[in-house]
Design a protein around this ligand. Structure first.
Ligand SMILES: CC(C)(COP(=O)(O)OP(=O)(O)OC[C@H]1O[C@@H](n2cnc3c(N)ncnc32)[C@H](O)[C@@H]1OP(=O)(O)O)[C@@H](O)C(=O)NCCC(=O)NCCS
Length: 167
């Protein structure tokens, strides 16, 4: 399944790519989507700081509408996925998968060998996407996230960035 999906991948980098660097002018839309998706959303400043720090901040537009964005930090041979989000009205249409695959390819271009991320145990959609993509749980950070009823652990996950992502 995973191999089949990766083989079916359409190239989506380079000229004409719908993926673009996040800019200040995107932040109204990013902030608005972020607030609809999370109980504890990133602030506008979090995104601005990420861009200023030189993190890989990307947006995906469909028909001029911003439908997905992501923030990834690449350090040496590691890529850390800090945020990946899809507007609620286009979820379950393959957009998250396209963004994740695009980021993996970019990270490989920077020399990353593995991608790491943290996810809430309660986030079934994200966990399903990461499982499908071959991520493995490698650890747990107790009480890492704020939650409406206290704190929630983070599951730390990792995947190898190998030829499957560029196929
Ligand atoms: C997680 C998220 C990015 C997935 O984006 P998406 O565009 O809906 O995902 P896709 O349509 O590309 O789905 C890819 C795969 O993920 C899994 N998946 C995605 N959403 C799912 C859901 N609600 N329930 C079960 N599996 C789901 C499926 O395996 C799916 O493949 P399939 O459709 O062939 O079954 C999106 O739900 C989102 O933005 N959630 C809120 C923000 C968030 O939680 N981000 C991650 C923080 S760690």
């Amino acid at each position: 399944m995973q191999q089949a999906r990766m083989r079916a991948a359409q190239p989506d980098a380079g000229p004409g790519s719908p993926f673009a660097p996040m800019r200040d002018s995107d932040l109204d839309e990013v902030e608005s989507i972020e607030r609809t998706l999370y109980d504890f959303p990133w602030s506008r400043l979090n995104f601005a700081d990420s861009m200023a720090a030189g993190y890989c901040c990307r947006v995906l537009r469909q028909n001029d509408e911003l439908v997905s964005y992501a923030v990834m930090m690449c350090v040496l041979d590691e890529a850390h996925l800090l945020n990946i989000s899809v507007a609620r009205n286009v979820q379950r249409c393959g957009v998250g998968w396209r963004m994740l695959r695009h980021l993996a390819r970019e990270a490989m271009g920077y020399g990353a060998l593995r991608m790491f991320l943290e996810v809430r145990p309660s986030n079934a959609a994200a966990r399903a996407m990461y499982d499908t993509a071959g991520f493995q749980a490698i650890g747990r950070r107790p009480r890492y996230y704020p939650a409406l009823d206290g704190r929630e652990d983070a599951i730390v996950m990792s995947v190898e960035l190998d030829e499957r992502w560029s196929a």
